[in-house]
Design a binder for this molecule. Structure first.
Ligand SMILES: Cc1cc2nc3c(=O)[nH]c(=O)nc-3n(C[C@H](O)[C@H](O)[C@H](O)COP(=O)(O)O)c2cc1C
Length: 242
């Protein structure tokens, strides 16, 4: 828990916080909600492909086939200039299967954009409950050239482009009416300038140095396979204790 706004010194704020005495209503709800108590697929790590991009593509396709809602929703973790962590859910836009690159897009002027400018490293976490599968990625983040970012924006639905043109992501909003007015203005702008692109709109690639594939098991015999990128760009892989 941190005190202070943008640019202010951050200190832990722990005063007045007592450790919860008993399980409480929420604790009881959680205790009564079983985790991964369902039939889950087996994972033969020995037969996994040599590169993590290939295994990711396979697991993603299987998540889609299993009806996982929003299988492209991913938690992206970044660090700010002070080293404090931050995380939020984004939409995965593409994967460079052979190169090991995971593509996402956002406004470079957003908090996460500023964090990536200061420290171009990130971690991504996927969880596909119907398959009991987690994928974790860590690595460096690169920014795509402006023409790639513009093309990605042009390929979006009109609704998504209107939302992007409103911009000002994560700035304090006075009222929902202000947002509606800005969205209406963005809609008019898009009608007049169909090629408009918000200046901050940016495509990023997380080039994974490390990728972990985690297959959950109802009996807690989880299987974990980690890939690490070699100095020569190849991949080494090995199992991890669950
Ligand atoms: C399912 C889902 C998909 C999202 N996709 C994106 C996205 O692709 N890009 C984006 O900037 N924000 C996306 N968001 C909103 C982010 O979670 C976040 O609220 C916003 O980017 C501001 O983050 P920041 O303040 O850390 O910069 C998505 C949220 C959800 C729940």
């Amino acid at each position: 828990m941190w005190r202070g706004g943008k640019g202010e010194a951050r200190e832990p704020r722990m005063t007045g916080m007592a450790w919860p005495a008993g399980p409480g209503e929420v604790g009881r709800l959680l205790a009564g909600t079983p985790l991964m108590a369902r039939e889950l697929p087996a994972f033969d790590a020995g037969a996994a492909p040599g590169a993590p991009g290939e295994l990711f593509a396979r697991w993603l396709a299987e998540a889609v086939a299993a009806g996982v809602p929003d299988p492209h929703a991913v938690t992206l973790a970044t660090v700010d200039a002070d080293g404090a962590p931050d995380a939020r859910v984004l939409a995965l836009r593409n994967v460079d299967v052979d190169g090991g690159g995971w593509v996402f897009a956002t406004d470079a002027t957003s908090p996460k954009g500023a964090q990536l400018a200061a420290r171009p490293v990130a971690a991504m976490t996927y969880y596909w409950p119907a398959r009991g599968r987690q994928v974790r990625l860590r690595g460096r983040v690169a920014t795509a050239p402006p023409d790639v970012s513009a093309a990605e924006f042009h390929a979006r639905s009109p609704r998504s482009r209107v939302a992007g043109l409103v911009a000002r992501q994560s700035e304090p909003l006075g009222s929902l009416g202000e947002w509606t007015d800005a969205a209406d203005a963005a809609e008019r702008r898009l009608a007049a300038e169909p090629d408009a692109v918000p200046p901050g709109h940016t495509v990023y690639v997380l080039w994974a140095d490390e990728a972990e594939f985690w297959q959950g098991d109802a009996g807690r015999r989880h299987v974990r396979l980690r890939y690490r990128r070699d100095a020569d760009g190849g991949w080494r892989r090995g199992l991890l204790w669950p």
